[in-house]
Design a binder for this molecule. Structure first.
Ligand SMILES: [Zn+2]
Length: 392
């Protein structure tokens, strides 16, 4: 890590802790956020009010990409840079989101400085003052991502970035060699490491970038009984929420503005406006993620949510977590529920599992026949684990 990078990360770390200390109630937080948002709108939206900006989804962002980043790069140019087919502009990084069923991967542009702001912010929100004891932090995420590998060049902090591109065995070997005190990884990897009895003794585990479902939570707790398990809700679009000591995710409303638009089944879609990053503008961006507002006793003025799944994975008007919870409540230890096009959904259960009650639970919600199969339920190494999934 360059000295400049370390200084930027440290300043962002201190600023995040200062905001947490100063913005103690909702009114103070909203006043501060509204002031920052107004500054941002003056700089980037000609002083328009937020409500006057039309919401942008993934397709709109790709189509309008050149207008939305300071460098004026088109989505095609940015993709070529992210894939190494074109040189990067000095001081900037370009990455690609992990692939989804929505098709093309989405590029994003971030400056060197913004990456270190991200790093400092995430350290403050996850570890608080404990970050100053220089814990060994490993971040294991799907692929070489411009956002995260700010961590890798570190001497100021013992940080290690592990790409999952080479598979779980390779990731496990790197993690064991690094001996992290703090491990940030998708829940499917934490689950896999727990089942393997991996020779790791982290004090903190953070499930990141994917939904943490009860089967993963139970396996991780059993495999790492001494570690505290937290959650980080993030995407290439940014850091959206970090869990508190009660395990509830609190939206990063001190960095982004969140509109929670009602999306049925008691959920809301998170629509974000990022007033912290400058290089790529995210104004009223539809994340496609469903969340449920929940109370939290910790006293934070940041709203608490649980992640309910992807809007595009809804079936019969039900959010993925509603279907998941009904299947688990019927006695299944684990499952996959996949619907292709308008076909009847297929419920997969582990060999030997009782199938009637889980099938009835899904059929009662969806009001249509559900096909059941039994097969080993592997933890995918090369793709996100979505237990409830719709494919085009
Ligand atoms: Zn809380």
């Amino acid at each position: 890590m360059s000295l400049g990078g370390a200084a930027i990360a440290l300043r962002a770390y201190a600023a995040t802790l200062a905001r947490a200390a100063l913005l103690r109630d909702r009114a103070a937080l909203e006043r501060w956020r509204d002031r920052r948002l107004a500054q941002w709108l003056r700089a980037w939206a000609g002083g328009a009010r937020l409500a006057e900006l039309s919401p942008l989804d993934r397709h709109g962002l790709m189509a309008d990409f050149a207008r939305l980043n300071q460098l004026g790069l088109s989505a095609e140019e940015a993709t070529a840079m992210a894939e190494g087919r074109a040189p990067l502009p000095l001081g900037y990084h370009v990455g690609l989101s992990t692939g989804t069923t929505a098709g093309r991967r989405m590029p994003y542009v971030i400056s060197e400085a913004e990456r270190f702001v991200w790093l400092g912010t995430i350290l403050a929100k996850t570890l608080g003052a404990a970050a100053l004891q220089r814990p060994r932090v490993a971040v294991a995420l799907p692929q070489g991502s411009a956002l995260y590998d700010a961590a890798n060049r570190g001497h100021a902090l013992p940080l290690c970035f592990v790409s999952l591109a080479e598979g779980f065995d390779a990731a496990q070997a790197r993690l064991i060699a690094f001996r992290p005190d703090v491990l940030v990884a998708p829940p499917r990897l934490l689950h896999w490491l727990a089942l393997r009895g991996a020779a790791l003794a982290p004090r903190f585990l953070f499930s990141a970038a994917e939904m943490l479902d009860p089967p993963d939570r139970a396996a991780i707790a059993a495999g790492f009984p001494k570690a505290r398990l937290g959650e980080i809700y993030m995407a290439t679009e940014g850091l959206f929420a970090v869990s508190c000591r009660y395990g509830r995710l609190h939206l990063a409303e001190d960095c982004l503005h969140f509109d929670l638009e009602p999306a049925g089944d008691g959920t809301a879609e998170a629509v974000i406006t990022d007033f912290t990053r400058q290089v790529q503008r995210m104004a009223r961006y539809r994340t496609g993620d469903l969340v449920r507002p929940v109370p939290c006793p910790c006293g934070s003025p940041l709203r608490a949510v649980v992640v309910a799944g992807r809007a595009s994975d809804r079936m019969g008007g039900h959010a993925p977590d509603t279907l998941r919870d009904a299947i688990l409540a019927s006695g299944a230890a684990d499952f996959r529920l996949v619907q292709v096009g308008e076909d009847n959904p297929v419920l997969s259960l582990a060999p030997g599992a009782e199938t009637t009650a889980p099938r009835r639970a899904v059929e009662a919600l969806l009001q249509r026949p559900v096909k059941v199969e039994t097969r080993p339920l592997a933890l995918p190494e090369g793709a996100k684990l979505r237990r409830v999934m719709r494919c085009p």
